[in-house]
Design a protein around this ligand. Structure first.
Ligand SMILES: [Zn+2]
Ligand SMILES: [Zn+2]
Ligand SMILES: [Zn+2]
Length: 335
């Protein structure tokens, strides 16, 4: 068994041993901000890279947990976000209550209305403010910069990296980088691999140089079964497109280009020599319809010629996925 397969099996076992879900644990001391293996950086790094590979091949399913903001300069997650001054970018701000004098229309910070025996005095017209609601009101708080004395209602947002000292202000906040944290659980395929003690034979699967991957029949069917189960349990949508092609020989021209059109979580598998199945997890039928249109109107003539037909297949609550797919394939061929 290859070193990589051993590493992947260890990762699958780690997911199984963690219970139904291998969860990310927040850890501000750690390099990434969260860990799967506590107290062992090296093991954690190895595990997380295996998990991502396993997710790509459908051995584990990942669930989004949260998104961390990272410093664009040093990738640290110790980045402090706070309000800053619109003009000088200082975070030395103070919030003050604003008052509005109805009679003369003056709006200003409450400290500008001097307090005397009779009440607050309007700095513009000199009259006294008596009743909140009839004389004056408070439209809210505004900010005053203690450095440049600017006043504004909505401050800007800026960040300070606690690791490298980088500061970001206003539009520069778009440079912030994100890292997504996921939890993982075993898929049927992953459980089967663990049980048999080896990664399922990937004979008949094709990988192309740009990372495009065509799964063999049993693998894509197992992934489809997982998707149907998830859909029944959580009501998440998924879509299936069956593509009939002229002959298997067209795959080299076809597969990588089809995969360019679809999302990175979509999976292309071979149903038989002349049919492909495109599985689109979390994709509604409306979105899938748009993809189907793109496939059929592919800009490459070579691709258009290789495709005989393509159609969406609704599995509904069919009890036998394989039988329902065979039926759909026959229907597509008759069209
Ligand atoms: Zn300022
Ligand atoms: Zn006034
Ligand atoms: Zn930094």
């Amino acid at each position: 068994m290859s070193e990589r397969d051993e590493r992947w099996l260890r990762a699958l076992a780690a997911v199984r041993d963690a219970g139904p879900l291998l969860a990310a644990h927040w850890d501000p001391q750690s390099r990434e901000g969260f860990v799967y293996v506590r107290g062992d950086d090296l093991a954690d790094q190895e595990l997380r890279s295996s998990l991502e590979d396993l997710a790509r091949f459908g051995y584990v399913e990942r669930t989004f947990v949260d998104r961390l903001s990272l410093c664009p300069n040093c990738r640290s997650h110790a980045i402090n976000v706070r309000e800053i001054c619109l003009s000088c970018k200082s975070s030395n701000l103070t919030a003050v209550e604003t008052l509005h004098h109805y009679r003369c229309g003056f709006v200003g910070p409450s400290y500008a209305f001097a307090l005397d025996d009779e009440g607050r005095r309007c700095p513009k017209c000199g009259r006294t403010l008596h009743d909140l609601g009839t004389d004056f009101d408070s439209p809210g708080t505004s900010f005053v910069c203690r450095v440049c004395d600017s006043k504004f209602q909505l401050p800007d947002v800026g960040a300070l990296c606690l690791s490298c000292g980088q500061t970001l202000a206003g539009d520069e906040m778009r440079r912030i980088v994100y890292r997504e944290a996921f939890s993982y659980r075993l898929s049927r395929l992953g459980a089967a691999a663990l049980q048999s003690g080896r990664l399922l034979d990937r004979d008949g699967e094709t990988r192309y140089e740009n990372g495009a991957h065509v799964f063999r029949r049993s693998v894509v069917l197992a992934m489809l079964e997982d998707e149907r189960k998830r859909s029944r349990r959580f009501g998440t949508p998924y879509s299936v497109i069956v593509i009939a092609v002229k002959s298997e020989a067209h795959e080299m021209a076809l597969a990588p280009r089809l995969l360019e059109l679809v999302g990175e979580t979509d999976k292309l598998g071979r149903l038989d020599a002349r049919h492909y199945l495109l599985l689109m997890p979390s994709v509604s039928s409306a979105q899938a319809k748009a993809t189907l249109k793109q496939i059929l109107n592919h800009p490459s003539q070579e691709v258009r010629e290789a495709i005989v037909r393509a159609a969406m297949v609704e599995l509904g609550d069919a009890s036998d996925t394989v039988e329902r797919l065979a039926e759909a394939t026959r229907w597509i061929d008759r069209q």
